[in-house]
Design a binder for this molecule. Structure first.
Ligand code: NAP
Length: 435
């Protein structure tokens, strides 16, 4: 049994265990990948106490620099970058590497992005940018423009990495200079969930370049990549890099080359971990069907109305006392949090389609399914007292349906007619997902 793990501070959202679990399956080896959440004061003792039996650990924010002093040796790329994300325990010694560097270079290779002798732009000057800049230099980029919001801070952070091939400018200068080049790499968190509408540079600047890489992988398509794609440019997300850096760590630990085809396969599996989001009228069966679906697919179930009530510590009816506008506002707040998840079944409130923002959030990580149930059946089953919008009487349901149906249809990826048995509906959804 190979024992591995990840050292960091807050790790509950990490995709690393999944990446390594998928790799163990691919290579048919027995392995275990644990999460080690440690406080800063305990980091060095933790590393000191690890025995060779553990083989290796990855290191993530905020300990990539701190761990260096506990190691016996660090690799050339880790030394240039000044950060370690992979430790190999061998013969009583501790060896440090930086596989973000390899993750990024393999992403370029996989997407036939050739930077040699070309002008490239790196947005941001943090930890990931250090690996990106080092890699771009090793691949002989002609000019590396580093874009930062605070030049003084960025200069001190990048220190020894700045050289004759680099030029540091602000985001404003990039926009004003309006120059042409080959590649832009976003290594800032701008555009990451939940701030999915943010984009680090303007469309005008995007038009000046040919290829766009975003290190962000949640969402898979950031505004930056969406704009680039809509301008007809090549746009690549950070998922392949994320998997590739994990696989590069395994190559070090296992002393074995693992092909890009395996990385691609695992990245696709992770991308397929989408949420299944059910939308439709109150009483159309979203919660009931959602629960069965979740159980059959071995996914967790989230009811957005329940989530909202827990978040606000009030029932739906109590929230409606402040008016529908207020309710929709807090509903969006809950949807923002819920959309951060992956691999869940989510049932939504009937009015979720009243704000397009909700749909945009849910779509980033999810497949949207409209459950369309005949109104007569809904009327037979519905408990009006628990549905604030139906308190005016049952005929109100027709008027609400007529107003909403075009949005349910327009915003959904698939429409499922819920007029046969529950099991058939669940099977049709599973069919869609598996295809
Ligand atoms: P970091 O060390 O915190 O650096 C972030 C950089 O972005 C800093 O230079 C920061 O500038 C800049 N920045 C932050 N907010 C900004 C804003 N609103 N406008 C302009 N610049 C801003 O973080 P990191 O570790 O380098 O990670 C950066 C991103 O890369 C994250 O989204 C992370 O998830 C992603 N990443 C992906 C992979 C992968 O494998 N795909 C690997 C590593 C990182 P200041 O110093 O002025 O705050």
């Amino acid at each position: 049994m190979i024992k591995l793990g990840l050292l960091g501070r807050h790790l509950s959202h990490s995709l690393s265990p999944k990446i390594h679990e998928f790799l163990f399956e691919e290579l048919q080896i027995q392995g275990k990948y644990d999460l080690f959440e440690k406080e800063e004061k305990d980091v060095n003792d933790f590393i000191k106490d690890i025995s060779d039996e553990n083989i290796g650990i990855n290191v993530t924010i905020p300990y990539k620099i701190k761990v260096i002093k506990s190691l016996d040796w660090i690799s050339e790329e880790a030394s240039k970058i000044g950060a370690v994300n992979t430790i190999h325990f061998k013969n009583g010694k501790k060896y440090g590497y930086n596989t973000d560097y390899f993750g990024f270079s393999r992403l370029l290779e996989q997407n036939s992005i050739d930077v040699s002798n070309k002008k490239v732009v790196v947005l941001g000057a943090g930890g990931a940018a250090r690996a990106v800049i080092t890699c771009l230099r090793d691949l002989k980029a002609k000019e590396i423009i580093i874009v930062a919001r605070n030049l003084e801070k960025a200069t001190s952070q990048l220190g020894n990495l700045l050289g004759e091939d680099t030029r540091m400018i602000t985001f404003n200068t990039l926009e004003k200079e309006n120059q042409k080049g080959y590649l832009v790499v976003n290594s800032t968190p701008v555009g990451m969930f939940p701030n999915i509408y943010d984009c680090p540079i303007s469309e005008k600047s995007i038009r000046n370049y040919e290829v766009f890489v975003d290190l962000i992988y949640n969402p898979l398509e950031t505004k930056f990549l969406e704009k680039a794609r809509l301008c007809g440019k090549k746009a690549v997300n950070g998922m392949f890099m994320l998997v590739a850096q994990g696989i590069a760590s395994e190559e070090i630990w296992l002393n074995k080359k693992i092909g890009n085809d395996v990385i691609e396969k695992i990245a696709k599996r992770l991308e397929n971990n989408k949420n299944i989001v059910l939308i439709g009228m109150p009483g159309c069966g979203k919660t009931y069907i959602g629960k069965i679906l979740a159980e059959k697919l071995n996914k967790e179930f989230i009811d957005s109305d329940e989530y909202l009530q827990t978040l606000e510590k009030k029932s739906i009816s109590e929230l409606f006392v402040y008016g529908e506008e207020y309710f929709r506002e807090v509903e969006t707040k809950a949807i923002k949090e819920i959309s951060l998840n992956k691999n869940k079944v989510i049932s939504t409130g009937g009015g979720v389609i009243k704000k397009y923002e909700n749909i945009e959030l849910l779509k980033k990580n999810g497949i949207i399914i409209f459950l369309n149930r005949p109104l007569e059946r809904i009327i037979e089953d519905i408990d009006v007292s628990s549905r604030p919008l139906l308190l005016k009487g049952i005929e109100e349901i027709y008027s609400i349906y007529n107003k909403r149906v075009e949005f349910y249809k327009k915003y959904s990826d698939y429409i499922i007619e819920n007029k046969t048995g529950i099991n058939q509906v669940v099977d049709s959804i599973i069919d869609i997902i598996q295809k």
